[in-house]
Design a binder for this molecule. Structure first.
Ligand code: URA
Length: 268
């Protein structure tokens, strides 16, 4: 913050100090104030060799280096060999803007050895706080739904366990629906996540994972019909947050859970 030069009266200096406190200044970092406006003017002009050359529009020789977050995500995801590396690579990925507003990176919960992998949308407020997926009200309902068919994210036995993740590992601002470009840039990581965890089947909780992994949304029509994702059965289901808002849809969710249980039993 620029600091005005102080005058030589007590009241002038005091008023100046109060003004700074009002602006939010809490600490004196240097012994004497620095006038950054003056410093800016005093900067030496760049020498010709250092000059930043603007790229001429429509130039055929000068190329604008454009970042392609999807290509970077793909190359990064392809280079990891286990889940710990994947988590580290995702946490370090800097191209998804929502990361800036999130408190925590939310990777996964449950057992990666589970036969069922559940893919949700993105962390909400509770998940952002805890750094774990599906721990808020929707998560508690998800746990009850899983429990109703004998699954438990905390179970050690892969037959009873569940592995839970989201398309996005950061909470979108105000829990808004993820944008297409955000989904597209995180998709290579989700696919690598599936490949490394290697579940027997996948549950797609709501529209966002359907959009990401099947390329289309419309959960009301899609739920309950088995699809194939990366060579394995995948079941679109209503998101538990939707079920909290629309309890009447629990009937369909129950039918889908029974279908999931039946498919799990077939493979035992
Ligand atoms: N909704 C999701 O899709 N994922 C979570 O982790 C929490 C709520």
């Amino acid at each position: 913050m620029p600091v005005m030069e102080s005058g030589n009266t007590y009241w002038h200096d005091r008023a100046l100090l109060e003004w700074q406190v009002e602006l939010g200044v809490t600490d004196a970092i240097l012994d004497a104030p620095v006038d950054r406006y003056r410093l800016e003017q005093a900067k030496p002009a760049p020498t010709p060799g250092q000059a930043v050359r603007p790229i001429a529009p429509n130039s055929t020789t000068a190329k604008t280096e454009k970042t392609d977050p999807v290509a970077i995500a793909r190359a990064t995801a392809a280079g990891v060999t286990d889940l710990a590396e994947l988590a580290a690579a995702m946490a370090a990925f800097e191209y998804c803007e929502i990361k800036r507003g999130a408190r925590n990176f939310v990777f996964a919960d449950g057992s990666p050895a589970a036969r069922v992998m559940i893919v949700g949308e993105a962390p909400g407020r509770e998940e952002d706080r805890a750094g774990k997926p599906f721990v808020g009200r929707a998560g508690q309902l998800l746990d009850r739904m899983l429990g109703a068919i004998g699954l438990d994210r905390a179970a050690a036995d892969p037959a009873q366990a569940a592995y839970i993740t989201n398309v996005l590992p950061w909470r979108p601002p105000s829990n808004r629906t993820p944008e297409r470009d955000e989904i597209a840039m995180m998709l290579p990581f989700v696919e690598r996540h599936i490949a490394l965890a290697d579940p027997d089947m996948i549950v797609l909780m709501g529209n966002t994972p359907c959009q990401a992994l099947l390329g289309r949304a419309g959960i009301t029509r899609m739920r309950g019909t088995w699809e194939t994702v990366m060579g394995r059965p995948a079941l679109p289901m209503f998101h538990p947050a939707y079920l909290l808002r629309n309890p009447a849809a629990k009937r369909e969710a129950w039918a889908d859970l029974l279908a999931l249980r039946a498919t799990l039993r077939k493979g035992e």
